[in-house]
Design a protein around this ligand. Structure first.
Ligand code: HEM
Ligand code: HEM
Length: 129
């Protein structure tokens, strides 16, 4: 989860950089776009991994799912992450809706990350003495 958050912060920073360099019609370093892309791919992997750990761990322990709001919130986060990655691949001059969709999903994703951390942390509390 820490790595996902680190990836998110890096993506926000490099994404805002991409935005300004486009607004100001300035050049951007050549590595900036592939870097943003690479960190994005890493974040997708981390989130899918967390989903797998959460599902497998819970099924293995209880034999079923759905003990708390953590499940729907977790699934929403994964869906938003995939939507964000997909919308990113659609960003080009022919698809003017892709860019706002990418930025919009990512702002929503921040709320999702906060919610999944709070609900996850809530479960952890129950296991502490
Ligand atoms: C899910 C993985 C992600 C991938 C694969 C990805 C990929 C991309 C790509 C390909 C672009 C277009 C770059 C260009 O114009 O040349 C882009 C732009 C951008 N991304 Fe991402 N991104 C991801 C996640 C994020 C996240 C989490 C944020 C913010 C927290 C973010 C913020 C931005 C912003 C602000 C832009 C610039 C939009 C503009 O120029 O108006 N991205 N991203
Ligand atoms: C993107 C991030 C995350 C995703 C997608 C995710 C997903 C999931 C899912 C789908 C489950 C099964 C829940 C159920 O069936 O009730 C689960 C279980 C669990 N998750 Fe997460 N999770 C994430 C982050 C976290 C974080 C940050 C924490 C701790 C702070 C956490 C702690 C837990 C715990 C303790 C369980 C066991 C549930 C139980 O015993 O009822 N998760 N996770």
């Amino acid at each position: 989860m820490g790595l996902s958050l680190l990836a998110y912060v890096l993506l926000a920073a490099t994404g805002i950089w991409l935005f300004y360099s486009r607004q100001q019609r300035q050049g951007r370093p050549k590595w900036l776009r592939p870097f943003h892309y690479g960190v994005g791919g890493t974040m997708v992997l981390m989130v899918v991994l967390l989903l797998a750990i959460g599902l497998v761990g819970t099924v293995g322990y209880y034999g079923n799912l759905g003990h708390s709001a953590h499940l729907p919130v977790g699934l929403t986060v994964v869906a938003l992450t995939l939507l964000s990655a997909w919308s990113a691949t659609q960003i080009n001059p022919k698809r003017p809706w892709a860019r706002p969709l990418h930025v919009g999903t990512n702002i929503t994703l921040l709320l999702g990350f906060i919610a999944v951390s709070l609900t996850g942390w809530n479960i952890v509390q129950k296991y502490l003495p």
